[in-house]
Design a protein around this ligand. Structure first.
Ligand code: G3P
Ligand code: MG
Length: 386
């Protein structure tokens, strides 16, 4: 029997190299199972899932998302892992606050499938590209979760979260004593003192995730931005300011949408422009920027290669004919997919920001469905993949 298996595997050109490279007998069952799952041709389409309002509301799954994702794996597989992935997909969210590796673990638990860090594209993921520019400079990272750790893991060497930064300036927040929830000790005081932020200029500010304490953050950011990065000092040139997204609102657990990073940006900008001579300068990342979709396309190709590495090695990888963006926010997800153009197809769900009956008037999607489960069902039928 084993000889027969080996004969079949050797006759399959895509697995030949692996066997010739010296596959151990113990690895054969796994190898054979991957060969059984994989079709001769990889799919010519892929999917990008928005998270908030499509797959999750708060921490809870919505719209039948676990079932929808399971349909993207081979039924015969024991687990929903990359080796059993039938349809390449990524998560394309404007959210964040934790490193992609950690978010992949959280999503795997919440959605019941094995997700690779590669499949997680967050609003702040493109900040990685700025490491060369600010690698050793003092930068401040703002937002919920662990914005400092996110930036350190990207390679920024001299980063402080706004919590740690603010704690180095006594009385910078006159309302601190009334904030019963705040910790009196900085989370990483040692690091804060080592970098001596009171004498070093902040070279750039990154809004990594939704800011938590708007009053303190607006105050401290106005201080940093107006003084060229040295709160309490004279007015100087504004250091660069980057936002991970510009979402005015997003869908969480509460029935009506919640204010997002774009709302915080408007609040900060309105105040800054009122108290400062020059207008606030900033750059926003995230959807709907078309470059986010271009990057997602490249990542989807990498996911396809990981899932179908046997086919890729024989040089048969083709560009995608269609990429589906499933989102809940017309001005962000649908607008972004439209701007990105071919091969993007937009699908709008009614589980989040959009709750209309027909299509959206200003940013009509190619298809409107009730849930992500319906969207995946449509895609698999259209692509003749079941
Ligand atoms: O804070 C999260 C929010 O701005 C959007 O998340 O997954 O809907 O792009 P998402
Ligand atoms: Mg959303």
């Amino acid at each position: 029997m084993m000889r027969l298996l080996l004969q079949i595997l050797r006759n399959n050109s895509s697995l030949k190299s692996e066997l010739n490279g010296g596959t151990k007998a113990s690895a054969l069952p796994k190898l054979f199972s991957r060969w059984l799952h994989a079709p001769t041709q990889p799919p010519s389409f892929g999917i990008a899932f928005d998270i908030d309002g499509v797959l999750l509301r708060g921490e809870t799954s919505t719209g039948g998302s676990p079932q929808a994702l399971r349909r993207l794996y081979y039924h015969s597989a024991n687990s929903c892992s990359i080796s059993a992935l039938k349809v390449p997909y990524v998560f394309l969210t404007n959210g964040g606050g934790v490193p992609e590796s950690e978010r992949a673990k959280e999503l795997s638990k919440q959605l019941g499938v094995d997700i690779l860090p590669l499949q997680v594209i967050q609003g702040h993921t493109p900040f990685r590209e700025l490491v060369k520019r600010y690698e050793d400079d003092l930068i401040v990272a703002v937002g919920k979760g662990e914005p400092g750790r996110v930036m350190s893991e990207y390679g920024f060497k001299n980063v402080l979260s706004i919590d740690d930064y603010a704690s180095c300036f006594p009385n910078i927040d006159p309302l601190a004593q009334y904030k019963k929830w705040t910790k009196m000790q900085p989370t990483d005081r040692e690091m804060a003192l080592r970098t001596d932020p009171c004498s070093q200029r902040v070279q750039a500010v990154f809004i990594v995730s939704d800011p938590v304490d708007w009053s303190r953050d607006i105050q401290v950011l106005c201080d940093i931005l107006r003084t060229g990065g040295l709160p309490g000092q004279e007015i100087a040139h504004q250091p660069p300011l980057f936002f991970a997204n510009d979402d005015i609102a997003y869908q969480a657990l509460f029935p009506a949408e919640r204010l997002g990073m774009g709302a915080f940006r408007i609040a900060l900008e309105s105040i800054f422009n009122r108290i400062h001579t020059n207008n606030m300068e900033y750059t926003s990342y995230g959807k709907p920027n078309p470059f986010v979709f271009k990057n997602a396309e490249n990542v989807l190709l990498q996911v396809l290669q990981s899932a179908y590495n046997n086919i890729q090695s024989s040089g048969e990888m083709q560009p995608f004919k269609r990429l589906y963006m499933i989102g809940d926010n017309p001005s962000v997800d649908i607008n972004g997919a439209k701007q990105a153009g071919h091969p993007w197809v937009s699908i709008l769900t009614r589980t989040g920001v959009f709750k209309g009956i027909g299509n959206h008037a200003d940013y009509p999607a190619d298809l409107v469905v009730n849930s992500v489960e319906e969207a995946v069902d449509y895609i698999l039928r259209k692509e003749h993949t079941s």
